[in-house]
Design a protein around this ligand. Sequence first.
Ligand SMILES: Nc1ncnc2c1ncn2[C@@H]1O[C@H](COP(=O)(O)OP(=O)(O)OP(=O)(O)O)[C@@H](O)[C@H]1O
Ligand SMILES: [Mg+2]
Length: 272
Amino acid sequence: MSALTVLKFGGELLETDERRGAMATAIRRMAKRTSVVVVHGGGREVDADMAVHGIEKRAVDGLRITDAPTLDIVVGVLAGRVNTRLVATLGSIGVHAVGLTAADGDIASVRMAAPYAAADGATVDLGFVGQPTGGGSRLIEMLCAAGFVPVVASIGASDDGQLLNVNADTLAGHLAASLGADRLLIAGGTAGVLDPDGATIPAVDDALMDQLIGDGRASAGMVAKLVACRAAARSGVARVDIVTGKQTDNLDTSAGTRIEVPPVGGSESTES
Ligand SMILES: Nc1ncnc2c1ncn2[C@@H]1O[C@H](COP(=O)(O)OP(=O)(O)OP(=O)(O)O)[C@@H](O)[C@H]1O
Ligand SMILES: [Mg+2]
């Protein structure tokens, strides 16, 4: 697709009316210049609902280990509350948004993730977690061409109809690659990748990424983010940034980290 930005929001940017309003304004601003596909998480709200139901959270490198009761909560919170609320906020400022999951119109094909090789060397069964593998761009292209902004909750379905929880950064990276986006912009609660002193690391290349993940300076959700950014950059997404969504409603001027990983010729990597 020509001039397409995949814009991912961490759930904490979408919780309060004020933050969500600012992010909706950011989306509207960007959508005036380029096609925009929004992907969102909602990790903290899922955590809160799990606590209400007395379900313990387990995660590895930012990937939620998802048993059946956890999956029910993830689907309800992400595809239900978080997605519809953002679509409604966008509508209130004149942006015609369409709420979807990755299961709609084969936006992304997803299969149950293989046992995960964690940064600490352990191998972990993630349960009902989905790994995007392919998918079609037709529905997204139709929506964008008609002036709609697709808003995709990070839920997918396997070929045999099983709903699966997909990490939102993983899905955003996959969609950026599969849709041929020129830009992947991941907005979260921190000003990009931080060093142990709390300063933003301005740029991360392949070697630094391995160091950050290897020595634990990047952990939890940041590991999933970096790995997703690397996969997208390798697949040819020209510009990949991790920025804060907290300082401004103009994400082009947000402080953050540029991912500087070269494309790998002809690869359609969807590694996560
Ligand atoms: N070096 C680092 N720099 C910044 N954040 C880091 C770093 N290492 C670990 N983190 C953690 O990663 C978190 C971001 O990932 P997390 O999955 O929690 O949020 P998100 O992906 O933005 O939201 P969601 O999961 O709702 O989509 C940060 O809040 C921080 O706790
Ligand atoms: Mg996350």
